[in-house]
Design a protein around this ligand. Structure first.
Ligand SMILES: Cc1cc2nc3c(=O)[nH]c(=O)nc-3n(C[C@H](O)[C@H](O)[C@H](O)COP(=O)(O)OP(=O)(O)OC[C@H]3O[C@@H](n4cnc5c(N)ncnc54)[C@H](O)[C@@H]3O)c2cc1C
Length: 384
């Protein structure tokens, strides 16, 4: 394996992760619990505020550093999904929020005393077709009245604030479907029980994702981020960062699976020789490793472009696609290499297998990335 960038950060994250072994994650998985101690450790070490500029109390590092942190967490068998959004959702406030909003929120997010890690975009009826979302925020004097529903709002029970995308102008009254959507900061601490209801969804893996209901929820007009009607653009702005960071997690998962595959294939002896001596066992592991290394290059390229302020839509999307494919290939090879033992909880393979499957679907599904590449990179006709 090549020498990785940010080696000191990686080493420190590795040490932190060693305090949270497989048994810790297995117990949480059984109970569908939230990894509070792990998230607190990351917060205290300052890893969740690396992207916040120094003037607001963060480390002011680039996306490549954040990617190194998340990749290492996953390569060590842990899972960053419980808190990765605390790293990047604040980017919408940083880029588009008012000076007052930045002062009010960013220092507390950097300290970890304020959690902004819930992101309400997806709705049950619109799904991927984001601009068809129905949650509506109606202006009424110095506040907005919000009605509607979100689904798959991850970490909603473990966040103080939610970044919400809602319609403020009916779709039929806008020239373009991407117009008339606005972004709000919802203070969930005061909203719960006063127009906001959160219901956890039990899922295939432990992800703390929820349904969220808005019933005449009042949101102060001062919580609108940027200009009314331009929210879709603000959300799109943050998506390249999210895709690159999730891709980094996939690279980490792929590394974990491959290390486990190699160790087991070397140690398991059948027919008088290690199973790893059989090319039928070697090749899927080797192929997944090659896929991982190729995807990793795109993650690095995307992060470098993002950090330089250059357009990075193409590498960010392709990195997410290929890294998710690599982690899935590595997961398949790992489960197969372990035979029946791969299905036993104590090996952690089945848990990580379930966890890494998500990335074919969320935060953006494979088809949507292929369609982005086809239309926006290659110039093929728009399909939807
Ligand atoms: C565990 C989990 C956590 C999540 N966390 C969040 C979160 O925190 N916040 C949030 O807002 N969302 C979240 N999501 C939602 C996630 O982003 C969506 O599930 C994902 O974008 C797909 O949307 P959908 O589930 O509505 O599927 P749909 O949009 O219904 O699509 C179903 C399938 O059809 C395919 N499809 C749809 N249209 C086309 C087309 N035109 N061409 C080709 N194929 C198409 C899709 O690729 C997909 O495979 C989460 C989802 C999960 C499962």
């Amino acid at each position: 394996m090549t020498a990785a960038a940010h080696s000191e950060i990686r080493e420190e994250v590795r040490k932190l992760c060693a305090r949270f072994p497989g048994e810790y994650w297995r117990e949480l998985d059984r109970a569908r619990g939230y990894p509070t101690a792990f998230v607190q450790a990351l917060t205290q070490a300052g890893y969740l505020s690396v992207l916040i500029p120094e003037e607001y109390g963060g480390a002011g590092l680039g996306l490549s550093a954040a990617a190194a942190i998340l990749e290492t967490i996953h390569a060590e068998g842990c899972n960053g999904a419980a808190c990765h959004a605390q790293m990047y959702i604040m980017g919408t406030i940083l880029r588009h929020g008012s000076a007052a909003q930045k002062r009010a929120y960013l220092p507390a997010i950097a300290r970890g005393t304020l959690r902004l890690q819930a992101f309400g975009v997806t709705e049950p009826t619109s799904g991927t077709d984001t601009t068809s979302l129905r949650t509506f925020a109606r202006r009424d004097g110095d506040r907005y009245i919000v009605n509607g529903q979100k689904i798959w709002t991850s970490r909603a029970e473990h966040s103080d604030l939610m970044l919400l995308l809602a319609r403020t102008t009916p779709r039929e009254q806008t020239a373009k479907r991407t117009e008339g959507l606005s972004t709000f900061i919802v203070d969930m601490r005061t909203a719960l029980g006063h127009g906001l209801t959160v219901r956890p969804i039990r899922t295939m893996m432990n992800h703390n994702s929820c349904e969220v209901f808005f019933d005449n929820l009042e949101v102060p007009a001062g919580n609108l981020v940027g200009e009314e009607g331009r929210g879709f653009r603000y959300i799109l702005d943050g998506m390249n960062a999210e895709r690159l960071l999730i891709a980094a997690e996939c690279i980490g998962d792929a590394r974990w699976f491959t290390a486990r595959s190699v160790a087991y294939a070397n140690q398991r002896v059948l027919f008088g020789r290690p199973i790893g001596q059989n090319q039928g066992v070697q090749f899927p592991i080797a192929r997944a490793y090659a896929q991982t290394r190729a995807a990793e290059l795109l993650v690095r390229e995307g992060c470098a472009l993002f950090d330089a302020g250059a357009p990075c839509g193409e590498p960010a999307n392709m990195a997410k696609l290929l890294a998710a494919d690599a982690s899935w290939a590595a997961a398949e090879a790992c489960l197969q290499t372990h035979g029946g033992f791969g299905f036993a909880e104590e090996y952690d393979v089945e848990r990580k297998y379930r966890e890494t499957r998500l990335y074919q679907v969320a935060p953006i599904s494979t088809n949507m990335i292929l369609s982005y590449i086809a239309e926006h990179v290659l110039g093929l006709p728009r399909s939807y």
